[in-house]
Design a protein around this ligand. Structure first.
Ligand code: DGL
Length: 269
């Protein structure tokens, strides 16, 4: 007889973002958990989230989770979006106490640990940087280590990446990094840059070209994947028998030049 635990192990992991950004997290998840099945929803009919109100992001997060649970019977949820994590993770955990939830936050702690100059740049959405969750995270790290975080809200950058608009991506990366400068390995310079939005790894090439190889760029995918693995292991729900599949869904039309993936446009939710 098949046990309930066995059945749950074979259920998919749900993952969502406002758009294609969360594919940077999905990439790390698939490397770490190659036998799991994933259902990814890109809520691109309602993107970007980063310049919207908390109420809007909460309402969208609720609708997506309802769909992932109702139609795909997920065993774990990954919120592959810093903005939605900041606005909605506490609420989603309270509303779904039986569902393990992993979120994504700007990687301030690892950045502070590796920075030699003690100056760390953080690029994120306006919503993430203004959130109480981000303020608490930053205050907690500053209380332990004397790090100076240089924060930059990057209006329009996630949207430009979403549209696959390379000239706009390049221009925005140039103007935001210029606003945070100086970058480099000398005292007083930013030597570590945190990508606090899951879209931004798709602009890593442009950022490295602007900042040079001595600036370390940190993206959160591998840490999120490890945390997901830990939670599944603790619940005895790692799938060790699956072939590992991905179902990509979206709420609107999608441009995927930046990622090289295919997504099927779906009905709205
Ligand atoms: N990718 C998301 C994040 O990590 C949101 C980008 C947006 O929709 O503004 O914050």
């Amino acid at each position: 007889m098949t046990s309930i635990g066995h059945l749950e192990r074979h259920e998919p992991i749900g993952i969502f973002d406002s758009g294609i950004g969360g594919l940077s997290i999905l990439r790390a998840l698939r490397t770490q958990l190659p036998q799991e099945d994933f259902v990814y929803i890109a809520d691109n009919a309602h993107a970007p989230y980063g310049e919207r109100s908390d109420d809007y992001v909460i309402a969208r997060s609720r609708a997506i989770v309802q769909r992932l649970r109702g139609e795909h019977s997920i065993k774990l949820l990954v919120i592959a979006c810093n903005t939605a994590t900041a606005a909605a993770i506490d609420l989603l955990r309270a509303e779904h106490p039986d569902l393990p939830v992993v979120g994504v936050e700007p990687a301030l702690k690892p950045a502070a640990a590796i920075s030699r100059t003690g100056r760390v740049g953080v690029m994120a959405t306006r919503g993430t940087l203004a959130s109480a969750r981000f303020c608490a995270l930053q205050a907690g790290i500053c209380a332990q280590a004397p790090t100076r975080f240089v924060l930059q809200a990057c209006d329009g950058l996630a949207d430009a990446i979403e549209r696959g608009d390379q000239p706009a991506v390049q221009a925005l990366c140039a103007s935001y990094t210029q606003a945070m400068a100086p970058f480099g390995a000398q005292a007083g310079q930013i030597d570590t840059l945190v990508l606090g939005c899951t879209h931004y790894p798709f602009a890593q090439h442009e950022l490295t070209a602007l900042l040079g190889p001595q600036v370390r760029i940190i993206e959160p995918g591998p840490a999120v994947a490890l945390q997901t693995q830990r939670l599944l292991q603790a619940a005895g729900q790692i799938n060790t028998e699956g072939a590992g599949s991905v179902r990509l869904l979206s709420t609107g039309a999608i441009a995927l030049r930046a990622t090289g993936c295919q997504v099927s446009p779906q009905r709205p939710c």
